[in-house]
Design a binder for this molecule. Sequence first.
Ligand SMILES: NC(=O)c1ccc[n+]([C@@H]2O[C@H](COP(=O)([O-])OP(=O)(O)OC[C@H]3O[C@@H](n4cnc5c(N)ncnc54)[C@H](O)[C@@H]3O)[C@@H](O)[C@H]2O)c1
Length: 364
Amino acid sequence: MKLKILGAGSIGNHLSNASRRLGWPVDLVDTDPKALERTRTSIYPSRYGRWDEAIRLFAAADAPVGGYDLICIGTPPDSHVPLARAAIAEKPKAILVEKPLCGPDLAGAQELADEAKAAGVAVFVGYDHVVGQASRLAADLLRGGDFGEVATIDVEFREYWGGIFAAHPWLAGPWESYLGFWQRGGGASGEHSHAANLWQHFALAAGLGRVVEVQATLDFVKDDKVNYDRLCMMHLRTERGVAGRCVQDVVTQPLRKWARIQGANAYLEWSCGREPGVDAVYAGLPGKAAIEHKVSKTRPDDFIEELNHVAAALAGDAAASPIALARGLDTMLVVAAAHLSSQTGRRVRIDYSKGCRPAALAVD
Ligand SMILES: NC(=O)c1ccc[n+]([C@@H]2O[C@H](COP(=O)([O-])OP(=O)(O)OC[C@H]3O[C@@H](n4cnc5c(N)ncnc54)[C@H](O)[C@@H]3O)[C@@H](O)[C@H]2O)c1
């Protein structure tokens, strides 16, 4: 695989490293020369030991066009869709767009899907948790059906975002980034939308269908510098009528990234980083000893696993991937519905037949 990565920030470095660890060539591109310099002299060497001279760095205006297998969009969320739509014209085999796919206005999201389909370019969205080993095990257990009828799903991604700013020492605070602005895809609803995505993933694995109702309460921080939700609490209901809860926040410390699925016969718990460097799945199954499965991994492993998944999906049925664009669009509809529900104080229904557009959302 030959990669071009747009955005030499935190994720651009992770994906560059993962690609090099797989032996794949990388061109890394940024509009900001300071970001390229920081990558070479600071971020990459401090994270991975030393700079890798094989990574070619380009200012955006000088970046090569065409000839790539995979183009990764690792820029702020409000630039994802325009950059992904432009990348389609380069005819890569695939595009990997970071999460969240876009802002809650859903601008251009359906057009991206339509254009990618017409061009035959596979698009993935970087919800890497669902392709991690622990989530794969949990989803396989759910598909096995031993849990009985699922009564509810609970997912929480509650994490004070100090860690994100520690990884971005050049930012003075959320006001210097998209993170401090919900309309740009920041705040808890966008930044921790891994939780909504995981909820949807487990609901599909359990045969509960897609999310069709969202009732949400968001808590905003708004002053002359920022405007973001620090808490996004969602009640969700699926096509099969099963209800559950999903909480995302940027205030909880120590962090809790956790899911629980309660079936008629048994329960399943998924936990990310419960101990440092360990993900875990616990399952109480009928007639069997409870399963405790621990997965030791490093942060770089997450992205190696994600790129390996993309390569394997391209060799098979890319549209069936849990990180296929369709899943990322579904998650954006839930995030957009959460904002609309919070604004109106009402329940919001999602009609998928209208595409990933504001028209798909109806206030009850
Ligand atoms: N899946 C994960 O675990 C994970 C982890 C980190 C970040 N992310 C996601 O990645 C995205 C970027 O986050 P980040 O922390 O790396 O941000 P960042 O601010 O560290 O880096 C973004 C970079 O993109 C550059 N950029 C902006 N517009 C550009 C353009 N048109 N072309 C090329 N470069 C451009 C900026 O100059 C900046 O250097 C976000 O959507 C974030 O949610 C995902």
